[in-house]
Design a protein around this ligand. Structure first.
Ligand SMILES: Nc1nc2c(ncn2[C@@H]2O[C@H](COP(=O)(O)OP(=O)(O)O)[C@@H](O)[C@H]2O)c(=O)[nH]1
Ligand SMILES: [Mg+2]
Length: 711
């Protein structure tokens, strides 16, 4: 395998909605680059990209695949990404390391939800974008409409470089506006026949050429001057201007084709080689300390791991991009996150599941390695001479979907936990953790389809039966007025018995509270509760009715029921307890008796003190196209939402609301179906608020039933 220098490398990510033809395009690029001798097809389940069992079964890409092809002596690294927004994690990681993102657009569908979501990821990462309008061989393909939509959504920097002459069945000819030629392809692909533009197309072609050149000239001042002088640019200057505009995200070129029939592919590849930025002309990567690495091949080596996949027979494969230096097989690097030394024992370039060993990888290239000791996606590795802070991480999206999960067989719980941890290292958009409060393992991800693939991995790879269910809601309990109660715990069993009697009063804790005056306060302790709020515990016992040594036991009894609130078993908070009287037995009194008496007295007092249940309220912000606002609003009203305000953002509306967490189970699925995948939302904890009476009644009943079941 030839080693390619930095300026001989192009890194592209194929992005777009499911079925827009990304995998087909990548197969075509491999074929045109002679990496494969026969083109596979998604329908025959034999593409290089969709090689994983789950992808073959489901007929779609579920994870990004790294491939490469060689064209005009340049190496084009291709990251073929999945099309569903549930896999945004892989889309953003690809966009984060690619020097150009090629957005596939299905000309029958135009801008789809994924196109838009992925656009925002590319914007966040500062990645240049090229559009490839595909599927132009369908009878209802509509190039003009697709371009109109692109401009509508992404602005007038969307610039046509090619347009189809005969879109629809038999489509094979396009006009290329850089060199002003007509290209006629053979069905199946290859290099097109180059023809003059026919007379009936010249006006349109000239007009679009002018728009293209004008936009290209804006990439650079000296080009602008040349353009003013000559009213045109040479082909080389146009290409240079396009590249400069693209890298500033000042131009989003539009290409066209029918990937399935090989139409438009070689010219797209010409463009990638001639005009798309090589790493040197692309943005580098900054470290968290602010230093930028810009692919200098003579500096010490640095790399960034953007993806880890688990491959059959290989184990964990780390995918990385080299940001400086030349990486050599056998080299030791330092991971600044762990401080560990990692040996790069083998280096591979890969084409889907096929890999080829190489002995070095130059700055700007993307490659893989195996057998690293302890790495995760987002890790950086540096030559020991560098000793820098890690590279800035990929801006993965926040989770939008939560579920509780357990192993069908509880003896597998530990295994479940460790598999989830491993999944998180490979796909940081899978987040799992034990909630101490809910006593549930909570799994968060990007939606139900994502969850579904996670389940597939458990079923097929790990052979572990797991179950999902709704997470509990972390309610809180508190009281609204003072109340007193006493309890005598007494037990006579053979030898020594148990005896403890506690009289106590509870009162809500509010700022500026007043202590009761019925008894003296002899000692007061304030306990900040680990789950928020306080307990103030006062000793008001007079005349030695209860020995001071039993008070800690009473406190313990109270604490136990704060941790498992008397109403629903949720945490209780903001309560003051005054122990003001009681009784002891000279022989039978002990700590256990007082703990039990304290606990029971507290439960009774609590229940008489106007107890209420508080629920977590979240700030919700939903973004959707204007015309879908009605549906989103109606749905929110059914979720007890309080609308706080509205904003608009271009053709989008943003609804800000406060919603109870209890009403938001599977919201991402509902929003997605109401808005055909166009709606997005963010949620953030805001405060606790009292639940409405009907909800409280239901929660109390549910808890009673649960206790009965447990008896
Ligand atoms: N007619 C036609 N079909 C296409 C074209 N490109 C892709 N397809 C088909 O569209 C389907 C989805 O293609 P695929 O490459 O898997 O799309 P992806 O989900 O974006 O990777 C497959 O059945 C392809 O054969 C095209 O240009 N024309
Ligand atoms: Mg695909």
């Amino acid at each position: 395998m030839k080693i390619f220098q930095t300026d001989e490398i192009r890194n592209v990510a194929l992005i777009g909605a499911a079925k827009s033809g990304k995998t087909t395009l990548s197969e075509g690029m491999l074929f045109e680059g002679k990496m494969i001798t026969r083109k596979g097809s998604v329908d025959d389940k034999n593409t290089v990209s969709d090689y994983r069992q789950i992808e073959i079964e489901r007929h779609i890409s579920v994870t990004a695949t790294l491939m490469y092809t060689i064209y005009n002596d340049k190496k084009i690294n291709i990251l073929d990404t999945p099309g569903f927004s549930d896999f945004t994690g892989d889309i953003v990681s690809a966009v984060s390391v690619a020097d150009t993102a090629i957005f596939n657009v299905n000309s029958q569908a135009g801008v789809e939800a994924t196109t838009e979501n992925a656009w925002r990821q590319a914007e966040k990462c500062g990645t240049p974008v090229v559009f490839f309008i595909n599927h132009l061989d369908h009878h209802n393909a509509n190039f003009d409409d697709s371009v109109r939509q692109l401009k509508d959504y992404f602005g007038d920097k969307v610039t046509i470089i090619q347009y189809p002459v005969n879109a629809g069945e038999g489509f094979d000819t396009v006009i290329n506006l850089i060199d002003m030629k007509m290209l006629k392809y053979k069905q199946g692909g290859g290099i097109p026949e180059i023809l003059d533009i026919p007379a009936n197309e010249t006006d349109k072609a000239r007009k679009l050429h002018k728009a293209l050149v004008e936009n290209a000239a804006e990439g650079d001042e000296s080009l602008m001057e040349k353009y003013f002088e000559n009213d045109d640019l040479s082909i080389d200057d146009t290409r240079l201007g396009i590249r400069l505009s693209m890298t500033q995200r000042g131009m989003f070129p539009v290409f066209c084709g029918a990937a399935k029939h090989g139409i438009g592919i070689t010219r797209l590849m010409d463009f990638i080689v001639n005009s798309c930025p090589c790493p040197i002309h692309s943005r580098g990567r900054k470290t968290t300390s602010g230093k930028e690495y810009n692919y200098s091949a003579t500096d010490p080596a640095s790399l960034f791991i953007f993806k880890i996949s688990n491959e059959q027979h290989l184990g964990e494969v780390s995918h990385f991009k080299v940001y400086s230096g030349t990486l050599i097989e056998g080299q030791d690097l330092i991971n600044p996150r762990t401080g560990n030394k990692e040996r790069i024992s083998q280096l591979f370039v890969v084409n889907g599941k096929n890999r080829e060993k190489v002995d070095k990888v130059i700055a700007g290239d993307i490659a893989t390695t195996i057998k690293l000791k302890e790495v995760r996606a987002n890790d950086s590795l540096f030559d020991a001479k560098i000793a820098d802070a890690p590279f800035e991480e990929i801006p993965y999206p926040e989770p939008v979907f939560s579920t509780a999960v357990k192993a069908a067989n509880s003896t597998d719980d530990e295994k479940l936990g460790s598999i989830l941890q491993e999944m998180h290292r490979n796909d940081p958009t899978v987040v799992a953790g034990m909630s101490r409060e809910l006593r549930q393992l909570i799994l968060q991800c990007q939606g139900e389809y994502h969850l579904n693939t996670i389940k597939w991995y458990f079923d097929h790879l790990h052979k572990l039966d797991i179950e999902f269910f709704s997470p509990k809601i972390p309610y809180r309990e508190t009281i609204t007025k003072p109340a007193k109660a006493d309890y005598r715990h007494k037990k006579q069993s053979g030898g020594s018995g148990q005896f403890g009697e506690v009289h106590l009063m509870v009162q809500p804790y509010v700022e500026g509270y007043k202590d009761p005056t019925d008894f003296p306060i002899r000692g007061k302790e304030e306990h900040k509760l680990p789950w928020g709020g306080v307990l103030i515990f006062s000793n008001c016992v007079v005349g030695g009715a209860i020995d001071a040594r039993f008070l800690p036991a009473i406190l313990k009894g109270v604490m136990e029921r704060l941790e498992e609130g008397p109403l629903t078993g949720s945490y209780a908070r903001d309560i003051m307890v005054y122990v003001y009287d009681g009784k002891m037995h000279p022989v039978d009194s002990n700590e256990l008796s007082f703990k039990l008496a304290g606990r029971q007295a507290f439960i009774t007092a609590f229940k008489n003190a106007g107890p209420k249940i508080m629920e977590p309220i979240y700030d919700l912000s939903v973004r959707m196209p204007e015309d879908m606002m009605g549906g989103v609003m109606t749905d929110l009203q059914g979720r007890r939402a309080v609308i706080m305000g509205m904003d608009s953002d271009n053709k989008y509306q943003i609804i800000n609301a406060k919603v109870p967490l209890a009403e938001m189970d599977k919201y991402s699925t509902s929003l997605s179906s109401i808005t055909s995948g166009r709606g997005t939302f963010k949620m953030k904890y805001a405060e606790y608020m009292q639940v409405p009476t009907d909800v409280q009644v239901k929660l109390l009943k549910d808890y009673e039933e649960k206790l009965k079941e447990e008896e």
